[in-house]
Ligand binder design. Structure first.
Ligand SMILES: Nc1ncnc2c1ncn2[C@@H]1O[C@H](COP(=O)(O)OP(=O)(O)OP(=O)(O)O)[C@@H](O)[C@H]1O
Length: 287
């Protein structure tokens, strides 16, 4: 154990240790360190193609690292690890999908997650409780293909939380949702981490809907990363240094807007020394 979690005397839920991932000649990120404590909410930001989804896939054991290691609650991850819940990037389900809403949630319940559904005693009650928890009880028996994007997304959250994971990985779970559904889905995830200590790693393009819940931000760009509180990371001078080009952070009407972000592949040579992080950097963070 090391870092802030150790200082607080708790076992980290997630430990990423010097992780690097190279695709062809391109280094997506390198020497990435991240330690998450129970109940912590970390947002992952960065331009399209910077490797955010790949990071989640690495944590899930679906993507081999070029270097470094990843542990969940102190041990290596394996495919289908029940300690991890995963909300993948949203794709609308086809209208003719024959599953009912409750079937989709049931796929997350132990024993059915990665194989054929094998209902066990108590599963129905668990599925009912999950449907209730995500506000989907009233459409539990409807075909999923006929549900709206927001209704489907609540079910995906229910499925990911079914086995009460220690770590919840969310890949842009709010995209394509209206503001009311963004808030509803955020509230469900936030309640889970407050009530059950689930650590949440949340990939997003827009920090605004979750800004008031986030403990730290991991910002990935051009093979580099920054780690710190929102106040530390979301600053014009900090992001300009990360990108190596002027990037502006504006605050308007309680919202943050980041302007001038270059494409993920058009900046930074990977063998460049990363710029120094300001004095307000969280331990373990660098840029
Ligand atoms: N299976 C794969 N084989 C080769 N390259 C891949 C594969 N999957 C992703 N990539 C590439 O790796 C890079 C990172 O992809 P990734 O999906 O992790 O980015 P991202 O930050 O999640 O992007 P977005 O915000 O658009 O979802 C991209 O350049 C992508 O084209």
């Amino acid at each position: 154990m090391s870092g802030a979690a150790a200082a607080a005397g708790v076992q980290p839920v997630l430990t990423i240790d010097g992780a690097s991932l190279t695709r062809g000649r391109r280094e997506l990120w390198s020497r990435l360190d991240l330690e998450m404590r129970p109940g912590e909410f970390v947002a992952v930001l960065g331009p399209s193609g910077s490797g955010k989804t790949t990071l989640l896939r690495s944590i899930l054991g679906l993507q081999r690292l070029s270097a470094g290691g990843i542990r969940v609650a102190g041990t290596s991850v394996r495919r289908g690890d029940p300690r991890i819940g995963y909300i993948p990037q949203q794709r609308p389900l086809p209208p003719d999908t024959s599953l009912r809403a409750r079937d989709l949630v049931a796929l997350g319940v132990h024993g059915t997650r990665f194989g054929l559904p094998i209902p066990r005693r108590g599963d129905r009650a668990r599925v009912d409780a999950l449907l209730e928890g995500v506000g989907a009880a009233h459409y539990g028996d409807r075909p999923v293909g006929l549900l709206s994007g927001g209704e489907q997304q609540r079910l995906r959250v229910g499925q990911a939380l079914a086995d009460r994971p220690a770590l919840l990985l969310c890949d842009e779970p709010l995209s394509n949702l209206d503001l009311a559904n963004q808030r509803a889905v955020t509230d469900i995830i936030d309640r889970e981490r407050r009530e059950h200590g689930t650590a949440v790693l949340f990939v997003t393009h827009d920090i605004n809907p979750i800004l008031d819940r986030v403990d730290r931000i991991l910002y990935i760009a051009g093979g580099r990363f920054l780690l710190g509180t929102p106040e530390e990371v979301l600053q014009t001078h900090v992001l300009s240094r990360l990108y190596g080009t002027p990037v502006f952070v504006f605050r308007a009407g309680g919202r943050l807007v980041v302007v001038g972000v270059p494409d993920a592949e058009t900046h930074h040579e990977t063998d460049e020394e990363p710029p120094a992080m300001g004095p307000s950097a969280a331990p373990g963070g660098r840029a």
